[in-house]
Design a protein around this ligand. Sequence first.
Ligand code: HEM
Ligand code: HEM
Length: 158
Amino acid sequence: MSKWFLLNIILLGIAIWKFVTNGLFPAVPTHIMIGFLAVLFYLFNWTRHAVFSTIRDVPNRQTKIKYANLSKKVLPFHKWTGTTALLIALIHATIVIHTYGFQWQIAKFITGTLALIILAGIITTGWMRLYRPTIAKRMTHLYLGMALFWMILLHIWL
Ligand code: HEM
Ligand code: HEM
């Protein structure tokens, strides 16, 4: 079992925790609900890495086959859930900036902007590798996915 399953569950747990401990819960503001939704779409795609790592690491052939079949089933959705994550994050950012203006001094704005840039990079390399796959594009797609994990963690934690 890849350590990424655990890490993804921890990120999901922190996101849910932040959501339910929001002072206005259950009437959580729309921009926060939308931010939460963006995290869910990202995690749905990023879990692919946990599945791929598990396939590589487990010795049991049956388990490898089970995970490979699961991965194949999700593949047709991957590009659309990923692209949707970017659209949702853009809507979140638009509402946030409309509400508060853009406040450079506040960590949430810096980490949010960096997260959006990284996500845009993942989506760009994703579409690029779909049409003309190279090792460099694959590694960039993967490392940006990993970087986004830590950036989202910072963004919701701070
Ligand atoms: C991948 C992109 C992004 C994701 C997944 C995301 C996700 C989230 C989530 C889940 C929250 C709620 C956290 C909490 O309750 O403390 C949040 C809050 C916030 N986000 Fe983002 N965000 C993203 C991009 C951005 C961008 C680009 C900005 C601004 C330029 C931004 C600004 C904020 C601010 C200011 C809050 C706090 C809102 C408040 O407390 O009323 N985020 N974000
Ligand atoms: C939230 C956004 C996304 C994340 C976190 C993400 C993450 C991943 C991960 C972890 C993998 C498997 C690891 C590997 O490359 O070996 C992968 C594969 C791939 N991704 Fe993405 N991705 C995202 C969006 C996209 C988008 C929008 C496209 C657009 C077409 C895309 C295209 C691909 C392709 C073509 C593959 C290889 C196919 C396969 O799974 O065998 N990705 N992605």
